[in-house]
Design a protein around this ligand. Structure first.
Ligand SMILES: [Mn+2]
Length: 415
């Protein structure tokens, strides 16, 4: 761009002073309006213009009146500077990290700095959904409904803490565990359980939380920041996790008329569980036989004479969960004979009775990570299916045990 000389700037200033508006001045000077505007800007910057009116793109910063010793006004000094830019817009993929302010002696804000940071792995979810759905397009209607079901029964499949994507190394922990092992074991157990389950009209798959070991690519627990041993990229694990749940749902659809799926956020996967629920609910939206529950921290369901609740178990002790169920579900609580609360998180089977609520935790199919191994946690591993009868409550339970790591070498069942 050609340099605008003082002479050119002064000429623009004089036309502007004579004609009052930029448009008229540009016409009179015989110049395109944009060229005239840039000449006029330089004139303003070089002090060749009065302040009145303030130039487009400029604002008055300060006025100073000079007076002589007798107090008579000698003149005004007006400082103009370039006006602020457009309103701040968050760049795509960034979120607000913080704001810092520069304040004057009276505590008034002079300037602000808006600090942003990358939004993190959550922005990849759209891509994750797209890829998962592409592989499964048209699949949701392919499973034919079962011919014969028992209307009085509900099969409950609690799945606690599979920690998909966790990596455990045998020399360190006594057992190898990774994404592939986890999925094979989970699907193997699930198909056994479905074949052993009653022909219930309805089924309830309850992911009790920590379906995923890591919530995102940072590979730490979100609240505590504990470092995690992970297998593979987070995107790969999330995709595999959603597909695995789809396969378990498809197994259920072959046996049960209606399938409800609950994904409870765990302390390892608070957001990933929500992403999973969203992916599943979008995918199965056209299937009237599948219902994906909202991924809330606490879930309740009434089936005939039974009121059941479920939570991960990291946020509240069992007694408080049991009492929350009484308060949250007053009507169903009073009308039902059997009260049952399920949770995971502690990776072991426990059962207690609080009032008349059976408060029960479930073991996991996962092997120990280095943290749990070193902590000498040695609880059994298993997956179960439980039948509820509308009138009689729990009537049947089938449990598939996983052989403990120290007995797996031979694969032989001891005599
Ligand atoms: Mn947990």
């Amino acid at each position: 761009m050609a340099t605008i000389t003082d002479e050119m700037a002064r000429r623009a200033a004089s036309f502007y002073k004579a004609h009052g508006t930029e448009r008229k001045a540009a016409n009179a000077a015989g110049m395109p309006k944009t060229t005239f505007h840039s000449h006029l800007r330089r004139a303003a910057e070089r002090g060749m213009l009065d302040f009145d009116p303030v130039l487009p793109g400029y604002e008055i910063k300060r006025t100073t009146t000079k007076r002589d010793a007798a107090g008579n006004k000698e003149g005004d000094w007006i400082t103009q500077h370039k006006a602020s830019g457009a309103a701040f817009e968050m760049p795509p993929g960034q979120i607000l990290k913080g704001v810092s302010a520069y304040v004057d002696g009276e505590g008034l804000v002079r300037q602000k700095w808006i600090k942003t940071k990358a939004e993190g792995a959550v922005t990849d979810l759209v891509k994750v959904f797209g890829d998962v759905f592409a592989n499964y397009r048209g699949r949701s209607q392919l499973v034919p409904p079962p011919r014969r079901v028992d209307r009085d029964l509900l099969s409950v499949y609690p799945i606690a803490d599979p920690h998909l994507g966790m990596l455990s190394w045998k020399p360190q922990t006594g057992a190898d565990y990774d994404l592939k092992i986890a999925i094979e074991r989970l699907l193997d157990c699930a198909s056994t359980l479905v074949s052993r389950a009653d022909r219930s009209r309805e089924s309830l798959i309850v992911n009790l939380g920590d379906w995923y070991h890591a919530n995102d690519q940072r590979n730490v627990t979100p609240r505590s920041g504990h470092q995690l041993d992970v297998d593979g990229r987070w995107y790969k694990v999330l995709q595999a996790g959603v597909k695995t749940m789809m396969r378990i749902i498809d197994l259920n659809l072959a046996k049960h008329q209606f399938v409800e799926v609950v994904n409870i956020p765990g302390n390892h996967d608070p957001e990933a569980a929500c992403a999973q629920a969203l992916a599943l609910s979008t995918f199965y939206a056209n299937n009237k036989r599948v219902k994906i529950a909202f991924p809330s921290d606490i879930y309740y369901r009434r089936f005939g004479n039974t009121l059941l609740g479920a939570a991960h178990g990291d946020k509240a002790p069992p007694a408080r969960l049991a009492m929350a169920m009484a308060v949250d579900e007053r009507k169903a609580w009073g009308e039902t004979a059997y009260h049952w609360f399920m949770f995971g998180h502690i990776h072991k089977d426990t059962a207690n009775t609080i009032g008349d609520v059976r408060v029960e935790s479930f073991s996991t199919i996962a092997d120990k990570d280095n943290h749990a191994s070193g902590g000498a946690w040695r609880s059994a591993q298993a997956l179960s299916v439980i039948t509820l009868h509308k009138r009689d409550g729990e009537t049947y339970r089938y449990r598939q045990n996983i052989l403990p790591p120290s007995m797996r070498k031979s694969g032989k069942v001891p005599a």
